[in-house]
Write a protein that binds this ligand. Structure first.
Ligand code: BGC
Length: 511
C-alpha cells in the first residue's frame, strides 16, 4: 500500500511503502491502553455535555444563580477557563514528568473538582469546582492523544487517537442520558456533576498499572525501560525497526532532548513554527466551524420543524449526540485509509454545504415570520423546518468523521518528540480559547445579524478552513514520527537542505 503525500511543498521523498501488518483490533494491549487513556476523553465529553442539563436544576436550588445570568455564564465558562490553563500547563507537565504522571495529575484534579461541585454549599464553591474540573479536562485533552499516539503503530495511529475522540463524543452522549436519568432523583445536579468522579477514579487505578510512554522514556534516556514497553507492542522484527528509528531520531535534535523545551523555543525554529501553525490552525478551525453551536442549537432547529415539546427537543439532542458519536466511528475507520488531509477536506466541504442549508432555512423562516406574502406563496410550511433538520443532520454526518477527530490526531503526530507536549498543549489551548470565544460571542452575533446570518458567517469560515487545510496541512497517514519531522524540514529549508545528514537513515528505512 502506498502512502500518498499530496501535500503541497513536499518533495515526495517520503513516499514510502508501508506494510499494513497491524490492524486496529489485532493488538489488544495497545487497544486496552487506548481505552484507558481515552477515559480522559470521556471526562472531556461528559463535562462539556452535562452542564446544560445540570444548570436547570442548579437554578432551582440557588436563588442567586436563578437571578443572575452572569453567575450562570460563569458556572458554564469557568470549566473552559480551567481547560485553557490546564491545556497550557499540561503540555509542560507532559514533557517534564511524562504522559503517565500527567494523566494521574489530571485525574486527581478532576476528582477533587467533581466532589467539590457535588457538595457545594453555595454557587461560588460550585464555580471553584468547575475550575478544578476544567483544569483536569485541559490536562487530559493534551495528554490522552499524545500518550495514545506514542504507543500506537504508525499504520493504526490515526484510528487509535480518533478513539479518544469517540470517547469525547460518547461522553457527551452519555451526559445527556445521565441528565435525563437524574431528573427525578433528589439532589439531581449534585449527582449529575459528582458522578464524573467515578471514571476518573477508574482511570487513576488502571493507569497505575500501565507503563510510561515508550517514546518519552527513550527521550529521557531510559532506553531499557522503553524497550520493555515496546516489546509488548511489536513482534521482534518490527521491534528492532522501531528502536532503530528512535535511535536515529535521538541522534538528531540532541540539543533539545537534553534540556526541556520552553514555549518560546517553538517560535525560534522555522520548522516548528510551520508545524505549530498547521496544528493550531486546525484546532481553531475545528471550533470556529461551529460544532458546539450546532449542537447547542439542535433543539431550536428541531423545534423549527414543528416539534414543540421540550422533552422531545431533549430527546432529539440525544439523537444528535448519538449521530455525532456514530460519525466518529466512521472517522476511526477512515482516518488511516483516506488520510487526514482528504478526510478533513471532505468533511469541511460537507460542513460548508450544510451550513449554507441551515443559514438559508433560518433566513427563509425569518422572512416567513415577517412577510405574509411569502406565506401565501406556500414557502412557509413545516417544509422549511425539515430543510433545517436536513442541514443539521448533514452537518453532524460530515463533521463527526473528519473535523472532529482530525485536529486531535494531527496534533498528536506532527511535532518532534522534544516538542510534542509543549506544542500539543499550546494547540489544545488554542482549541479551548476558540471554544470559549465561540460560546461567548455566538448569541450576541445572532442578535446582531440573525441566526441565518450567523450560520452564513460560519460557512465563510468553513471556506477559509478548506483553503487552510489544503495549503498548510501535510498528509501524515502511516508515516513514522521521524518521517513527519522530515516534512517540516523540507517545508522550511527545501528538500536539498533537509536531505543531508540524517536523511540518509530515512532513505535506508524507506528502501
Ligand atoms: C471537539 C469538541 C466537540 C466535540 C464534538 C471534539 O473533537 O474538540 O469541542 O464538542 O468534538 O464533536
Amino acid at each position: 500500500m502506498t502512502i500518498e503525500l499530496d501535500a503541497p511543498g513536499s518533495s515526495g521523498l517520503l513516499d514510502a511503502s508501508s506494510r499494513r501488518e497491524i490492524s486496529f483490533l489485532s493488538n489488544m494491549y495497545v487497544l486496552g491502553l487506548t481505552l484507558t487513556a481515552g477515559i480522559g476523553g470521556l471526562l472531556f465529553g461528559y463535562d462539556t455535555g452535562v452542564i446544560s442539563g445540570a444548570l436547570l436544576y442548579i437554578r432551582d436550588d440557588f436563588k442567586a444563580v436563578n437571578d443572575s445570568s452572569v453567575i450562570q455564564e460563569t458556572i458554564v465558562s469557568m470549566a473552559l477557563v480551567g481547560a485553557i490553563i490546564g491545556a497550557a500547563g499540561g503540555g509542560w507537565i507532559n514533557d517534564v514528568y511524562g504522559r503517565k504522571k500527567a494523566t494521574l495529575v489530571a485525574d486527581v484534579v478532576f476528582i477533587i473538582g467533581s466532589l467539590v461541585m457535588c457538595a457545594a454549599p453555595d454557587p461560588f464553591i460550585l464555580i471553584l469546582g468547575r475550575l478544578f474540573v476544567g483544569l483536569g479536562v485541559g490536562v487530559a485533552s493534551v495528554t490522552a492523544p499524545v500518550y495514545i499516539a506514542e504507543a500506537a503503530p504508525s499504520e493504526i495511529r490515526g484510528g487509535l487517537v480518533a478513539t479518544n475522540v469517540l470517547m469525547i463524543t460518547g461522553g457527551q452522549f452519555f451526559s445527556y442520558l445521565v441528565n435525563l436519568a437524574f431528573t427525578e432523583v433528589p439532589g439531581t445536579w449534585r449527582w449529575m456533576l459528582g458522578v464524573a468522579a467515578v471514571p476518573a477514579v477508574v482511570q487513576f487505578c488502571l493507569m497505575v498499572f500501565l507503563p510510561e510512554s515508550p517514546r518519552w522514556l527513550y527521550m529521557k534516556d531510559k532506553k531499557s525501560e522503553a524497550r520493555v514497553v515496546l516489546e509488548k507492542i511489536y513482534d521482534s522484527d518490527r521491534l528492532e525497526e522501531e528502536i532503530d528509528q528512535l535511535a536515529a531520531a535521538a541522534m538528531q535534535d540532541v540539543e533539545s532532548r537534553k534540556r526541556s523545551v520552553s514555549y518560546m523555543d517553538v517560535f525560534k525554529s522555522k520548522e516548528m513554527r510551520l508545524a505549530f501553525f498547521a496544528g493550531a490552525g486546525l484546532q481553531a478551525f475545528q471550533q470556529f466551524t461551529g460544532i458546539n453551536t450546532v449542537m447547542y442549537y439542535s433543539p431550536t432547529i428541531v423545534q423549527m420543524a414543528g416539534f414543540a415539546s421540550n422533552q422531545l427537543a431533549l430527546l432529539l439532542s440525544l439523537i444528535v449526540a448519538a449521530m455525532n458519536a456514530t460519525g466518529t466511528v466512521v472517522g476511526i475507520v477512515l482516518i488511516d485509509r483516506c488520510g487526514r488531509r482528504r478526510l478533513a477536506l471532505f468533511s469541511l466541504s460537507g460542513v460548508l454545504v450544510s451550513l449554507v442549508i441551515l443559514s438559508l432555512a433560518f433566513i427563509l423562516q425569518s422572512s416567513c415570520n415577517s412577510n405574509n406574502q411569502i406565506l401565501s406563496l406556500g414557502f412557509c410550511s413545516s417544509g422549511i423546518g425539515w430543510f433545517a433538520v436536513v442541514g443539521l443532520a448533514l452537518y453532524i454526518a460530515c463533521f463527526a468523521p473528519g473535523m472532529g477527530p482530525v485536529p486531535w490526531a494531527v496534533n498528536s503526530e506532527i511535532y518532534p518528540e522534544a516538542y510534542r507536549g509543549v506544542c500539543g498543549g499550546m494547540s489544545a489551548t488554542v482549541n479551548w480559547i476558540s471554544n470559549l470565544i465561540v460560546a461567548q460571542t455566538f448569541l450576541s452575533i445572532v442578535e446582531l445579524v440573525g441566526t441565518g446570518g450567523t450560520f452564513m458567517i460560519i460557512a465563510g469560515i468553513a471556506v477559509l478552513a478548506l483553503l487552510f487545510v489544503y495549503s498548510f496541512v501535510p498528509e501524515t497517514k502511516g508515516l513514522t514520527f521521524e518521517q513527519v519531522e522530515r516534512i517540516w524540514k523540507e517545508r522550511a529549508w527545501g528538500s536539498e537542505a533537509s536531505s543531508s545528514g540524517s536523511s540518509q537513515k530515512l532513505l535506508e528505512y524507506v528502501a
